[in-house]
Design a protein around this ligand. Structure first.
Ligand SMILES: Nc1nc2c(c(CN[C@H]3C=C[C@H](O)[C@@H]3O)cn2[C@@H]2O[C@H](COP(=O)(O)O)[C@@H](O)[C@H]2O)c(=O)[nH]1
Length: 421
């Protein structure tokens, strides 16, 4: 089913719909969230010794000279809109030497530095596949033997590189169409309007910016933000890229002395459900798929090559492995399981709820009581764990997956053909 056949959530309840639809889908699929595994994770050296460093390492301060905050917001907005491609991670590593996020970031940098008109609504509207392929550095031809001349091969458009480039180009064109149709010069200007509308609504609800209103505006106006599907008759709403954009506005601009536009509070928004977070939560035992009843989920992930105990321990690359560890970082990653739309959305939904549960479990930890059995000393020093936010949990899970050699080796699932994550 395509996103156009999925009903939008009722007006005014987009955030609630992410949470409720995720819960309903997770329960119906028989995926369990293991609260003991969450406690073990929260009190593990893998978590406690890296959380602050890794979850505060936001890669959103760009090394570019922007003429205005609006220009920077437009850049961030286009980057968020195009923040997908995880299903092509192995291909991207082969063609660009980078993962999905770094490849897209480099692509939007190239646009900014060389073809900046592609960041306008009209420029997006007219973008062609060839331009996207050139700027992304992705090869879009496949070779096949010539029909009649033996030994001769001909190149033709096709293959996964062409598939990804086509989705990027189409996402840009549909966004350009929507913006031009509504009279906006670029995506950033539209986002400012949405933030201002959120600010007006927030006056009634006592918030600086009503995030609900901002999210609804983004999703309704731009097809590339309509990240939702129906699985077994139940809708699932993820809206990952729109949430990423809204969180990005907070991360990038909230510390400025005078805010250039209304800044939403995003610490407690649902996570940005991609392929990394559900995969990692499954390997760490937080998502228990063993009793899943739907869509063959019980057997989608291979057993991790190392034990959960070792994944929860502090990472000690052998000193002789350090060079290997660096090489491993550069080398092409292991291709994870390629999933169906249904499988991928069910896992994303489960991850959305699991992260909510992680924050709840953290709040309720009894560091002086029975839970402290997990702690290897220093209980009082762990009081900060009780105050972690959803945004921090998202960033930690996503970034720690790249921080350790043994986590990088865990195959993340892939979904092809989507512009949503
Ligand atoms: N949940 C969540 N998913 C995130 C990000 C980011 C970008 N993170 C940096 C930017 C700001 C943050 O503070 C981080 O420093 C990318 N992704 C998604 O991962 C997917 C895999 O990509 P890769 O492993 O490269 O191939 C891809 O769908 C991509 O869209 C995040 O933060 N959270």
């Amino acid at each position: 089913m395509t996103s156009t056949e999925v009903p939008l959530p009722p007006s005014g309840s987009y955030v609630k719909s992410i949470r409720e639809s995720s819960h309903a889908a997770r329960v119906a699929a028989g995926i369990q969230i293991d609260t003991e595994a969450i406690k073990r994770l929260l009190l593990s050296p893998a978590f406690t010794t890296t959380f602050y460093r890794v979850s505060h390492n936001h890669g959103l301060a760009f090394p570019l000279n922007f003429p205005s905050p609006l220009a920077e917001l437009n850049f961030l907005s286009v980057l968020s809109l195009l923040n997908f491609g995880s299903g092509y991670r192995a291909l991207l590593h082969a063609h660009t030497g980078r993962g999905a996020w770094d490849s897209i970031r480099a692509f939007v940098f190239s646009i900014y530095l060389g073809d900046a008109e592609l960041l306008s609504a009209k420029g997006m509207q007219g973008v062609e596949e060839g331009k996207v392929a050139e700027l992304m550095g992705v090869r879009v031809h496949v070779e096949r033997p010539h029909e009649s001349i033996p030994g001769v091969t001909v190149g033709e458009l096709g293959g996964p590189g062409y598939e990804l480039v086509s989705i990027v180009a189409e996402t840009m064109r549909s966004t350009g169409d929507a913006l031009v149709g509504a009279g906006y010069p670029d995506l950033g200007t539209f986002v400012v309007e949405a933030l201002k509308e959120g600010e007006r609504a927030g006056k009634a609800t006592g918030q600086a910016v009503d995030v609900e209103v901002v999210l609804e505006r983004l999703v309704k106006a731009i097809p590339g933000f309509r990240d939702m599907t129906v699985v077994d008759g139940r809708p699932i709403y993820c809206f990952k890229k729109a949430l990423f954009l809204i969180s990005g506005v907070y991360i990038r601009f909230h510390k400025l002395a005078s805010a250039p536009f209304p800044i939403p509070h995003t610490q407690d928004l649902p996570i940005c459900a991609d392929n990394v977070i559900p995969s990692l939560l499954a390997y760490l035992g937080v998502l228990d798929l063993s009793r899943a009843t739907a869509h063959g989920l019980a057997s989608v992930f291979p057993a991790p090559p190392v034990s959960i105990e070792s994944l929860l321990d502090q990472y000690h690359p052998q000193s002789s492995d350090q060079d290997e560890d660096k090489a491993e970082r550069k080398g092409p990653p292991e291709e994870g399981p390629v999933l169906t739309v249904e499988q991928a959305f069910l896992l994303r939904a489960a991850a959305i709820e699991a992260c909510e549960v992680i924050v709840q479990v953290a709040r309720g930890l009894r560091l002086d009581g029975e839970d402290a059995g997990w702690v290897a000393g220093g209980e009082e020093e762990l009081a900060w764990v009780k105050g972690i936010s959803l945004l921090d949990v998202d960033t930690w899970l996503w970034a720690v997956a790249k921080d350790r050699g043994d986590y990088r080796a865990l195959g993340r699932f892939a979904l092809r053909g989507t512009c949503f994550f």
